[in-house]
Design a protein around this ligand. Structure first.
Ligand code: FES
Ligand code: FES
Length: 169
């Protein structure tokens, strides 16, 4: 199968890659570009562990052909932090114990980041709905939802948070 050169932006940097027509975006990210934060679990669009943003919309990168990403802006979990500075959302996951084995975490973060961009102050129900396509086998979801809601509303009181902004700590 002839390979095709495509160009795309990933985490605000331009890339040129040579892809086969049936290469998925996930394969290109992980195998060609060493961006291994996005995880493959089901490989068939069910679990959400491979979620990235394509032109600001969350997509399953295991179901997205690399060719479809030609000319697009892709954001992966590696693009959330600013160097060593974690995003507020990432820090909230840590503070709330929302990471256990961590396999679902990159996809959860990308779905949650997309939610917070479209709705900066989601309630619990909205958050659960937005994350309903992401499967976690470890946490029972409560801590993940709490982490997202707290990142969105950092002044709300939260028993699990180490930095309660209401108390000035
Ligand atoms: S690996 Fe893509 S949805 Fe499960
Ligand atoms: S933390 Fe293990 S699958 Fe979610």
């Amino acid at each position: 199968m002839d390979k095709i050169d495509i160009s795309l932006n990933i985490n605000d940097k331009p890339f040129e890659v040579r892809v086969a027509p049936n290469d998925t975006l996930l394969e290109v990210l992980r195998d060609q570009l060493d961006l291994t934060g996005s995880k493959e679990s089901c490989g068939e669009g069910v679990c959400g562990s491979c979620t990235v943003h394509m032109d600001d919309k969350p997509v399953r990168s295991c179901l997205t052909l690399a060719l479809e990403a030609q000319g697009c802006n892709i954001k992966t979990v590696e693009g959330l932090a600013n160097g060593d500075d974690l995003s507020d959302l990432q820090q909230s996951f840590i503070d709330h114990g929302a990471v256990q084995c961590g396999f679902c975490t990159p996809g959860m973060l990308m779905s949650a980041d997309a939610l917070l961009k479209s709705n900066p102050s989601p309630n619990e129900e909205t958050t659960r709905k937005a994350l309903s396509g992401n499967i976690c086998r470890c946490t029972g979801y409560a801590k993940i939802v709490e982490a997202v809601c707290h990142a969105a509303n950092p002044h709300d009181r939260c028993p699990d948070c180490k930095t309660d902004n209401n108390s000035g700590e």
